[in-house]
Design a protein around this ligand. Sequence first.
Ligand code: ATP
Length: 510
Amino acid sequence: MSTPPSLAIRVEHLSRSFGPVRALEDVSFDITAGEVTALLGENGAGKSTLLKILAGLQPPSEGGVTVFGDTVTAFEPSTMLGRHGVAIVPQELALLPDRSVAENILSGIEPGGRAFPSRRQMRARAVALLAELKLDIDPDASVRGLDLATQQLVVVARSIARNCRVLILDEPTSVLTPAESERLFELMGRLKAQGTTLIYVSHRMPEVFQLADRIEVLRDGRHVGSWRRDEVTPEQAVAAMVGRELDRFSSRAEQRAGTPRSAATPALRVADLSGPRHESVTFNVAPGEIVGVAGLPDSGRVEMLQNVFGAIRSRGGTVELGGAAYTARTPIASVEHRLGYVPGERRAQGLLTTMTVAENIGVLTVKALTRVGLVRRGEFTGRARELATRLRVKTASSDTPIVNLSGGNQQKAMIARWISIDPRALLLDEPTRGVDVGAKAEIYEQLFALAETGVGILCSSSDLPELLTITDRIVVMAQGRVVDVVDTRTATEESIMTAATGAVDHTSAA
Ligand SMILES: Nc1ncnc2c1ncn2[C@@H]1O[C@H](COP(=O)(O)OP(=O)(O)OP(=O)(O)O)[C@@H](O)[C@H]1O
């Protein structure tokens, strides 16, 4: 059978089960060569499972895949790349940290069947490739010292060096700033111009509608929508993802118009706080207030949050919770003081990877639910289940290992964990990274409900529309210092970015 020249990949009746979970159910669609295809779906819809099958990281349970007319018979990475030209940029980048950029791009490649005769030739080839891709990256730099965005570009270059014709990117922008995302989009544009087929997953609608030629939607493992970009609106695509029209989410400013700021003792007071990459940081969070922290990734906002929580060593300054000084700060003491912290790096900092969903959510309540050395198991699981339902954590059961959950659902479980301690103040870093549009609104509602009960919330995020939607005020940091504190009702993305990128003056905080 001859294949139309424009067909890159045909997926036919693809299914994949994990025990009782049907991650993919009879999925069939085509991917056109030389186009950008965006794959959309809620958390747990099956996107990563489909991408992993296409990259040969796992086989389907049923069904088949054809790449440029050639039927795939072995779902393994070396075959998918070597024979079919399909490569993936996964969420967890697997580079060799102590090797140079050039080595990472080219090691393991044998031009003409032979290893590179010398390091010099390998380096020269890497330089040529980086120039061809217009990537301004030092070929001799050690990968360990590169930021995540640059590491991602190195993985793309490595795939291109291996003659990949189809490049898959799994949520590539979830860890990037807007400027870094633009750099990636420019590279994607250049690859497309050279004829590379691109498939990518994103939860960010504006970006999908900027980049994609086609949009494919999965829901509960089924393929439920397929459009050219100009045939569909973002609202229609979201409705296909969630199976209903989403109500427009009204921002905090709209919901609280006219509500005066609480004059009560602050839930959290931070004064003159200094530590790694931050200096003399001062601000308050009133009970029931949601304060955002904006700033570039190197602004020190992440370290500042860790300092407040007691996860890193402080170099001075004070923290007060409900008017009482909180001095010897450690993560354990913070739990006892009912100060919560949802970290941005869930894999490294939060997830208990050998434990179940219920254990991950309930781990901080074990002590409270233990009597004479015995955990009240029923109550423990019951509470965890209730929180899992409240945050719409999609899981086969509460006994499922947490690692079996999709990324977005793991994040929802991490937030549920901290809500379980009934916090007095809650710190969050990138709370909705990797979370789908429907679940985002659920998380925002939970934060609003928490604030309603008097909890002071401090939320650091690189997602400016998020900060403008959920906060009352925004602390803007640059180069480790607070450079502005703005009322969200009058702030814009531009005004925040201007402060975050330009100013170096230390404005005294409210
Ligand atoms: N190794 C596994 N074992 C058991 N279940 C799994 C495994 N991998 C995925 N699943 C399940 O398959 C379903 C689809 O997961 P997948 O990771 O493909 O979702 P996704 O659409 O990529 O979600 P997200 O946007 O949250 O990353 C989920 O219900 C998930 O819990």
